[in-house]
Design a protein around this ligand. Sequence first.
Ligand SMILES: *[C@@H]1O[C@H](CO)[C@@H](O)[C@H](O)[C@H]1NC(C)=O
Length: 341
Amino acid sequence: MHLRRPRQLLCASLLLALLLLWGLLLVTEDARGAWVVSGRFPLARGRPLWRWCFGGAAPAPSGVNFPSLLASPGAAPRCEPGQVLLILVTSAPGNWEQRRVIRRTWGAQDEPAPFHWQAVFLVGQAADAGTASRIRQEQQDFGDILVGNYRDTYRNLTLKVMHGLKWAAERCRPRYVLKTDDDCFVNTDRLPGFLAQLDPVPARLYAGSVFSREKRQVIREPSSKWYVSRQDYGPDKYPPYASGIGYVLSLEAAAQVLAAAERVRPIPVEDAYVGILAEAAGIRAQASTRFAKHNVQWRVCNYRYLMVIHHLSPPQQEAARRSMLQARNACRDSLEVTRWR
Ligand SMILES: *[C@@H]1O[C@H](CO)[C@@H](O)[C@H](O)[C@H]1NC(C)=O
C-alpha cells in the first residue's frame, strides 16, 4: 500500500492512534467488556470507511457509456457551423416513409433560411442486414442520418437520444437543439426565428410540454413499455420533464445534461431521463403550450404560434406544411406571441 494521499495519511494515523488506545485499554481488565463493540469497526475490506480511506478511485461511473456510443459506424451527417437550431428526429430503421415525407415537408429548405437550421435523423442498428444496408445507402444519398451502434429498440431510445445530443454538443455546436420524433410536425418556418430573438441565449433553457405531477408516476408494471425498476430509479415520481414529442435545449443546457448523464444511471424512458438529468444539473423545465401533444384540427392561425405538433400521418404532414406557409400571410392582425406561453 502506498501512502501518497493526505487522506490515506490521515486515516493511517487515526488507525495507529486507535491501536495505541486499544493497547492502553487492554491493560485494564474491566475495559475488555467495552471493547466488544470493536466487532463493528469497519475494518473489513469493502466496508465504507475502509473504502473511503484506501479504496482508491471512486467506483466506476454508472451513467451512459459515451465512448461506446461515439464509436458508431459509418459517416456522420454533415453539419454546417453557425446554426441556430439543430433538430434531432428519432426514427426507426424501417420508417422510410416518415423520413421521406419530412424531407419534403417541414424538413425541406427550398429557399435560403434567414436563420440556419438543420434536421438530422437518429437511427440505430437494424435487426436485419437488408435494412441496415438500405440505411447506409439512405445516409449516402441524403447525409442526414446519424447511425448509432446500439440496437434500434424502444428500450434503447435513451441511448439514441444521448448519442444524438452528444454528437450535437461536441461536433455540431448549434445554438439550440430540438429533440423530436418522426411522427411530429416541426414549425421550421418559425422556431429558428423565435429562438434567434431570445437574447441573450438562455444558458439553462429546457422547454417543452411539461407533464403535470399526476402524470409523472414511475411505472413499476414489468410488462409496460415504460417499466422502470426501483434499482434503476428509486423515487415514485419523476421530476418535472418535457414530453419526448419535442423539447428544446440551449447548447449550454445540453452540455450540462450530458455531463449529468455520465454519473446518473440511464432508464429506458428517454424524456423522463432527460428530466432527471436536468434536475441533477439544476435546470428547471420551462412549460410551453407551443408544443402540442395532440393533432386536433389546428387552424392556419395556430401555425403562427405552435412549434411542435405530435401524431401526424404522412398526408397530415403535407397539410401541416401548407398551413405553416399560409400562416406567413394569414392572421397578421393577431398578436405575435414572443414568449414560451
Ligand atoms: C440496446 O443496444 C445494445 C447494443 O446494441 C444491445 O446489446 C441491447 O440488447 C439493447 N437493449 C435493448 C433493451 O434492446
